[in-house]
Design a protein around this ligand. Structure first.
Ligand code: 3H9
Length: 702
């Protein structure tokens, strides 16, 4: 039973318990409805308290219900019953009170919360608007302007801040149930009665055109390409202009549309996809992550330093190993400077800086890694160098310690072969800056054990990153899709005479954080060339394959750092300028490869950026490099700037419809004639069976 009822000293306690996070489903709604009905009839109950067991108050609507349809009794019915209860109703909050959770609390007559509770309405992050009265009750409690800010940001606030706004009435201490009961009794003793939120008037201060524009401007970055904010504004206006019931009906109508929208479906997909990555199909019973309490990092360069920071940020002690004192000093200096920037920006206190620096101990002796539970090697991308380090570590470390390599291109299986513990060797492919980027590709070699994989996933969690497991194949997941798919095709378009800035503009309009040519210049054109040299030792690729970049590199046009790459840059300025020198190079290469200039529309540019990601993604799935299509989405959203509101390339393909995707791939196969446009057999198979990538993922679970 999700909701229990008992009366304690005059207070009817409706206690909700639906682990792990008290997400609201029909059992909770029905339980609340029944509890209020009992309290209405129960003469021993003078006031009602709604509270939750476990680690949190109601964390929101159970998102699974959005796909299956919301069962009766629905939110409006149940929260109407709560609000219309003839006895006062109090909510006691702890943990997270989000979305439908805080909407339930707002339908109560009073709200108390423990001080470290967090409250918020994250619906916008899921591409929907509140659909349980939130757009109508929140403005009545906190004013239209505050409501707009909370709903557009979507980020939770601390309970004391909620109290200042009028969302929370009382901060309680100790246990949320006991504290809530005490607060309810206090209200009774003070003779406080019902106080329905629906009866209040909305304070409209600051909610004029200028105020709305200011909120949108402040959040412009997160709102790029989004539409949900317009629905939020419409429904808050309804709260001001309509009576409560008409406002609710309007919210219901807008909310239902938002749930079915591509934006909503994509963002919910991203939410579940990020939680799914931690599940390993066929995991043997009893396999548990090894405890990782002490880590060593080999290499204090940009990557090693960033990894050391990520570890220290999570409170883990780090031994940072370098070959020379000078490199070590420079590495530690750079780490301190990075932290100092955070202090200057007010994101870190000077004390926290010292604490984190104190966790990082530099050394020149590999032996100092001896009691580490895991070592992460982050030296140059060179097979021999990495092998020699792994083999030294193997001798120094305890037999149960995990050895990780931060390689982005080398064969993990080959690296592991120089150790006496290939089952304990794993790839941890961090993305730069390693202390900031959320993605961590976890690479399993042929012999990596399940225990080591779950240890990698658990370490990712400790670092507050999203670990995605990849097989040990050319480019793993992310770089493979980028190199074989998106960036390669973008270079093909350069050879066909499309200007780099046009490709970037179309990609950015699609929603990519940055166009491919700008990314290339920012990351370093030479970096890609070096990676490809290593990758070609694993597998060859048909030319032209990144021909432009690989010609720019030996010309010293290595990107922003050189003041010229695909684009040209003025000193001290990162604005890209078109460069006729690049045009000349491209023309020369086009002649060499016998590629004619073509008229290419914006639609074609967009399709030629995105469809290859889907096609290569499908090949990766067929080869078994990834566990599921949604993992590819997580990689692209969190590591490569794919717009979250489009759900990742594979979710986007499902939304377009795989039959349409296949038709367009075949169109370009005919039009361009390159072997890279051969449709992946998996797409053809799914189209034949009338299935989607999501269906394919479901099959993998069984
Ligand atoms: C809403 O309320 C709309 C309303 O207006 C009503 C409209 C009609 N549903 O994150 P964790 C699962 S919109 C279903 O690892 P944490 C999750 O998949 C909703 N399942 O824990 C995972 O499953 P598994 C507004 C959910 O402690 C497990 O619970 N609310 C939901 O790191 C543990 O989750 C939100 O957007 C859900 N709503 O973080 C809150 N939430 O173990 C979304 C979680 O099988 N949730 N699960 O992998 C969160 O932000 C975090 O889960 C939370 C806990 C902060 C609560």
């Amino acid at each position: 039973m999700s909701v229990t009822y008992e009366v304690r000293d005059g207070v009817a306690l409706a206690l909700i318990n639906r682990p792990p996070v008290n997400a609201i489903d029909v059992s909770i709604r029905k339980g609340l409805k029944d509890a209020i009905a009992r309290a209405e009839k129960d003469d021993t109950a003078k006031i009602v308290l709604i509270a939750c067991a476990g680690r949190t108050f109601l964390s929101g609507a159970d998102l699974n219900e959005f796909n299956t349809g919301i069962l009766e009794p629905g939110y409006y019915e149940v929260l109407g019953i709560v609000e219309n209860c003839t006895k006062p109703v109090v909510a006691s909050l702890h943990g997270m009170a989000l979305g439908g959770g805080i909407e339930t609390a707002m339908a109560c007559h009073y709200r108390c919360a423990v001080a470290d509770a967090r409250v918020g309405m994250p619906e916008i992050t899921l591409g929907i608007i509140p659909g349980a009265g939130g757009t109508q009750r929140l403005p009545r409690l906190v004013g239209a302007r505050n409501a707009l800010e909370l709903l557009v940001k979507g980020a939770p606030i601390a309970a004391p801040q909620g109290k200042e706004m009028g969302l929370i009435d009382e901060i309680i201490t100790g246990d949320p149930v006991e504290g809530g009961l005490a607060y309810a009794r206090k209200l009774l003793a003070e003779g406080k009665g019902r106080r329905p939120t629906r009866d209040r008037k909305v304070d409209t201060t600051g909610f004029d055109e200028a105020g709305i524009a200011a909120v949108l401007k402040e959040n412009a970055r997160g709102l790029k390409g989004r539409t949900t904010q317009n629905d939020i504004i419409r429904t808050i206006k309804a709260a001001i202009e309509m009576d409560f019931d008409a406002g609710l009906a309007f919210e219901d109508q807008v909310s239902r549309v938002s749930m079915q929208s591509a934006e909503g479906r994509s963002l919910r997909h991203a939410f579940f996809a990020e939680r799914e990555t931690g599940h390993i199909p066929g995991l043997a019973a009893g396999v548990k992550p090894l405890p990782i309490a002490k880590v060593a990092v080999v290499g204090a360069g940009t990557m090693g330093g960033g990894i050391a920071m990520a570890l220290a940020d999570s409170g883990l002690p780090v031994t940072l190993i370098e070959a020379k004192q000078e490199y070590l000093d420079n590495g530690l200096k750079r780490i301190r400077e990075n932290y100092e920037v955070s202090v200057k920006r007010g994101r870190l206190t000077p004390e926290a800086l010292e604490k984190r620096m104190g966790l990082i101990k530099g050394t020149l002796a590999m032996e100092d890694a001896r009691d580490a539970d895991a070592v992460i090697e982050a030296v140059f991308e060179d097979m021999d160098l990495k092998k020699s380090i792994l083999s030294k570590l193997d001798k120094v470390l305890r037999p149960e310690a995990v050895i990780a390599s931060n390689t982005s291109s080398l064969s993990l299986t080959e690296l592991a072969s120089v150790t006496g513990r290939p089952d304990k060797v794993i790839g941890l492919h961090f993305f730069s800056p390693a202390n900031v980027m959320r993605l961590l590709e976890i690479v399993r070699g042929d012999k990596t054990s399940q225990e080591t994989i779950v240890t990698g996933l658990s370490l990712a969690k400790t670092l507050r990153k999203i670990g995605v497991v990849s097989g040990d194949k050319f480019g793993f997941i992310g770089n493979r899709m980028m190199l074989d798919g998106y960036f390669r095709e973008s270079e093909q378009m350069l050879l066909e005479g499309v200007a780099p800035e046009r490709i970037d503009e179309v990609a950015e309009n699609f929603g990519f954080a940055m166009g491919p040519n700008k990314v290339n210049d920012m990351a370093g054109v030479d970096v890609g060339t070096k990676v490809r040299i290593e990758l070609f030792k694993r597998e060859e690729r048909e030319a032209p394959y990144h021909a432009v970049s690989d010609a720019l590199t030996p010309m010293g046009r290595t990107g922003q750092k050189a003041g010229k790459g695909v684009y040209r840059y003025e000193p001290g300025d990162r604005t890209p300028h078109h460069d006729p020198e690049t045009d000349a190079l491209i023309e020369k290469l086009a002649m060499e490869f016998n590629i004619d200039k073509r008229e290419v529309s914006d639609k074609e540019i967009e399709e030629r950026c995105v469809l290859p990601l889907i096609n290569v993604g499908a090949q990766i799935l067929e080869e078994g490099t990834a566990y599921r299509a949604s993992d590819l989405d997580v990689v692209w959203i969190n590591g490569y700037g794919f717009p979250r509101y489009r759900g990742g390339p594979m979710c986007y393909a499902d939304i377009l419809g795989l039959d349409y995707v296949l038709e367009r791939i075949k169109h370009y196969q005919k039009e361009i004639g390159s072997s890279y446009w051969k449709p992946a057999p998996l797409i053809e198979k799914l189209v034949r069976e009338g299935k989607s990538f999501a269906d394919w993922d479901k099959q993998q679970k069984h």
